[in-house]
Write a protein that binds this ligand. Structure first.
Ligand code: FMN
Length: 151
């Protein structure tokens, strides 16, 4: 019998193990499918998403050093509309856990992003099956906690 590494986070989020792939390093997970299925880890933290699309910085954006990798990608991302309408419905089909990473210029932008991701996780529609998915409900609960804290 192999030991269980199942990890329970507050608000009902359960991971199969405690290893999460760092934000941005594997985009939204799809890019890694030919190499390693993100479902073999606890999950991935997605590349940061903002209210509006961001092109990121001009090249060069990555530089190897003797000590590791320097990066200044500039939080390139397609924006929350595309994330919710295209990316999340696609990766929901692939069956791995993810935590959506959000980036904003103001507290209001952070709150809007959290609200929209929360709505996505709990709405009817293409991802309706997620309503019964404890992991997705857990993510929504996490977001609800954040929006409540704002009063
Ligand atoms: C190609 C690349 C893209 C990244 N994109 C993001 C991102 O979109 N959002 C974010 O919060 N961090 C991003 N990061 C930062 C990584 O999450 C971070 O470097 C990683 O956690 C390692 O932590 P350290 O740099 O403190 O060692 C990115 C890193 C790399 C190398």
């Amino acid at each position: 019998m192999s030991p269980s590494l199942e990890t329970r986070l507050p608000r009902g989020v359960t991971l199969r193990d405690p290893i999460l792939l760092a934000s941005g390093c594997c985009g939204y997970g799809e890019e890694y499918l030919p190499i390693v299925h993100p479902g073999s880890f606890g999950g991935i933290i997605t590349k940061a998403v903002s209210v509006s699309p961001r092109l990121g910085n001009e090249a060069p954006r990555l530089r190897e050093t003797p000590a590791g990798l320097l990066n200044c990608i500039g939080l390139q991302n397609p924006g929350v509309d595309i994330l919710l309408s295209e990316v999340l419905p696609r990766i929901n089909q692939l069956g791995y856990g993810y935590i959506v990473n959000v980036v904003g210029h103001t507290v209001e932008e952070f709150a809007e992003l959290v609200r929209r991701v929360q709505t996505f996780c709990s709405r009817d529609g293409p991802a309706a099956d997620r309503q019964d998915d404890p992991q997705c409900n857990g993510h929504a609960a996490l977001c609800r906690g954040i929006t409540r804290q704002r009063g």
